[in-house]
Design a protein around this ligand. Sequence first.
Ligand code: B1M
Length: 207
Amino acid sequence: MVSMSAISEALQKGKADEVKNLVKQAVEAKVDVKKILEEGLISAMDVIGGRFKRNEIYIPEVLIAARAMHAGMSVLEPLLVAAGVKMIGKLAIGTVKGDLHDIGKNLVAMMYKGAGFDVVDLGVDVASDKFVQASDDGAQLLGLSALLTTTMVQMKGVVESLKEKGSKAKVIVGGAPVTQNYADEIGAAGYAADAASAVEIGKSLLK
Ligand code: B1M
């Protein structure tokens, strides 16, 4: 019988094929899909998030673990949909207009997926109206990433457009030039300096 800790350990080591096989075996052994998701995959990504935050591991290790998470999720996703298992919440994330940097944004998106969120990746160079549309489409959280001092100003426009449309979505901003002060100044609901904190902030904003 496959144990959840075996899945978790394989994920933490970034062994994508092993994670996929173990998840398949667990599904075949009729282990509850939600249990595999929460105790096998999400808990392992929590460990990875914590280690990344404490600088015990770095971006490559996080990306390798995230790839293993995807491998496990590729087996579980159709079953979760069929079982109607509710995701924690919905996040739409993108790099703001004029900005093509996506490594940090992808990392944040992966950590959210790992935490059990439904994630819509809007890509890079995302105009304000696309964020507004994502809010209309049910995203409770909107993640805005910017790496350039010249593009971070776009975040203000997004917050204002959402306000004008009466959107209830909460905006989280991040990226190298962005600060808590800037987030406060433009009226964003949250700011995170790194991908692991972004997930913590997102969870707390949904409470
Ligand atoms: Co560009 N670039 N770049 N670049 N680039 C920087 C950002 C720069 C600091 C380099 C420098 O001059 N020292 C500089 C910006 C200066 C400034 O504005 N202050 C710069 C510049 C100037 C440019 C161009 C204008 C260069 C040119 O063409 N003259 C150009 C702009 C293109 C455009 O966007 N329109 C450009 C282009 C590029 C590449 C295409 C070559 C490439 C991007 C490839 C890609 O992303 N697919 C690139 C890269 C790779 C970088 C550097 C080297 C690395 C960025 C990165 O990926 N870091 C960068 C210099 C540097 O940072 N050392 C630089 C790793 C990533 C994991 O970190 O994105 O910060 P980061 O994400 C972190 C946190 O910030 C946070 O979590 C992540 C980690 O946990 N985070 C969030 C990020 N988003 C978040 C969202 C959240 C919460 C947290 O909530 C939603």
